[in-house]
Design a protein around this ligand. Structure first.
Ligand code: MRU
Length: 344
C-alpha cells in the first residue's frame, strides 16, 4: 500500500487529516494557505518531510492565488505567505529548506522578464513544489533500501513517534526500512511506542504498520526500558526533525531517553532521515529551536480531563539526542557511521 498523505489536484492541495486516524481516513481539499497553516499547527499534516512538502505546495498555492498584476505585487504576496508558513512550527528544518528552494525559484525566474512572465512564473513555482514532493518520495525509497541492509532475520526493532508514509510524501523514513526489508523477505518484528501526548505511535505508526502487514506490537512509552531488556530489542530506528552538522538530532520528545537506553543495553541506535532534514547552518543541537506546545495537550486526553486544570505544565514537542548516542545516520545516499558524519 502506498499512501498519498498529500497531493496536488486541480490546483488544490489534498491531504489526509492525520488527527482523524486511526478512526477514519479523511482527506481535506485546501485552496488557501490559512487552512494549510492551521492544518500544520494542529498536526493534521505532520512529520518533518511532509511539512516541507506541504509548505512548498502552499507557496505554489499562494502564487496561483495571487491576484497581483505585477511581479513586485506577487513578490509581496509570496513574502507574506512565506512568513505565515514559517510561523507554523519551528523545529523541522524541512519547512525552512523547502521555502528557501521556493524563494530561490521565484527570485531566479523573475530575473528573466518576458511576455506572459506572470503565468510562466506561476508554472515554474508549481513545478518546483511538485519536484520537492517527487524527490521526497524518491529519497524515502532510497532510505528504505539503504537502511534495509541493517535489518537481519530475527531482529526486534523499536521505533518511536511516526516516521512513516504519513510523515512524508510516501514510504516514510524509519518505516520505509521496514517496508523494504519485508519486501526482501526478511523476518523481523517491530515494537512501536505510543508516543504521548499526541499518540503518533499508536494512532499512526500502528495503523500504517498493520496496513502493510508488518509484525508490530504497541507499547506505551513507560514500557520501553523493560521491553528493551525483557523482549530482546536488537536495535532502535527513529526519524528526525533536524540534524546538526555534528550529528546531534532533534526528534519527537522521548527519543533522547531511548538513545540513553540503547547505550545502556548495548544496542545500536539509528536515525533515518532525508538530506533535507540536515541543517548545515548549525554546528550542534544546542541551536535547534524546540517547539513547546500548549498545556491542554497534557491536561486532557481527548476530551477527558486527566490533570488539574491549573497544573503547571512543561510540554516540549521534541528533544535533542547527542551524536555520541547515535550509531549511524541513514539517508538517501547511504548509512553514515556517526563518527564520519559531518553533515553529509
Ligand atoms: O510532532 P510531529 O508529529 O510532527 O513529530 C514528528 C516526528 O518527530 C518524526 O519522528 C519526524 O518528523 C520524522 S518523520 C519522517
Amino acid at each position: 500500500m502506498l499512501l498519498e498523505p498529500i497531493r496536488w489536484q486541480k490546483n488544490r492541495i489534498v491531504f489526509i487529516d492525520q488527527t482523524e486516524l486511526p478512526g477514519r481516513l479523511k482527506y481535506i481539499r485546501c485552496r488557501d494557505i490559512d487552512v494549510l497553516c492551521e492544518a500544520i499547527k494542529k498536526l493534521k499534516i505532520r512529520g518533518a518531510p511532509l511539512i516541507g512538502v506541504a509548505v512548498a505546495l502552499g507557496y505554489a498555492l499562494a502564487a496561483l492565488n495571487s491576484k497581483s498584476r505585477t511581479i513586485k505585487g506577487m513578490e509581496n504576496d509570496l513574502v507574506r505567505a512565506s512568513a505565515r508558513l514559517k510561523a507554523t512550527r519551528p523545529t523541522a528544518v524541512n519547512l525552512f529548506w523547502a521555502l528557501k528552494r521556493m524563494d530561490d525559484t521565484f527570485f531566479c525566474k523573475r530575473e528573466s522578464p518576458r511576455p506572459f512572465a506572470m503565468t510562466r512564473l506561476k508554472k515554474a513555482i508549481l513545478k518546483e513544489a511538485l519536484s520537492i514532493l517527487k524527490e521526497d518520495r524518491e529519497m524515502c525509497r532510497a532510505i528504505g533500501r539503504n537502511g534495509s541492509r541493517l535489518i537481519k532475520n530475527g531482529d526486534i526493532v523499536l521505533t518511536h513517534c511516526n516516521a512513516g508514509m504519513l510523515a512524508t510524501a510516501g514510504y516514510g523514513t524509519a518505516l520505509s526500512i521496514f517496508y523494504e526489508a519485508k519486501k526482501q523477505g526478511k523476518r523481523f518484528r517491530v515494537y512501536a511506542d505510543e508516543t504521548r501526548p499526541l499518540m503518533q505511535g499508536s494512532r499512526l505508526t500502528m495503523w500504517e504498520l498493520m496496513k502493510n502487514r508488518i509484525d508490530a506490537t504497541l507499547i506505551c512509552d513507560d514500557m520501553s526500558a523493560a521491553t528493551i531488556r525483557d523482549k530482546g530489542i536488537t536495535k532502535i530506528i527513529v526519524g528526525a526533525d533536524r540534524i546538526a552538522r555534528n550529528g546531534d538530532a532533534a526528534n519527537k520528545i522521548g527519543t533522547y531517553g531511548l538513545a540513553v537506553l540503547a547505550k545502556y543495553h548495548g544496542i545500536p541506535f539509528y536515525i533515518a532521515a532525508p538530506s533535507s532534514t540536515i541543517d548545515r547552518n548549525i554546528a550542534t543541537g544546542k541551536d535547534i529551536p524546540i517547539e513547546e506546545r500548549k498545556r491542554e495537550e497534557l491536561i486532557y486526553v481527548g476530551s477527558k480531563q486527566t490533570a488539574p486544570s491549573k497544573a503547571k505544565v512543561y510540554n516540549p514537542a521534541f528533544d535533542v539526542t547527542p551524536a555520541k548516542l547515535i550509531t549511524a545516520i541513514i539517508t538517501e545516499s547511504g548509512v553514515y557511521d556517526i563518527k564520519k558524519f559531518r553533515g553529509v
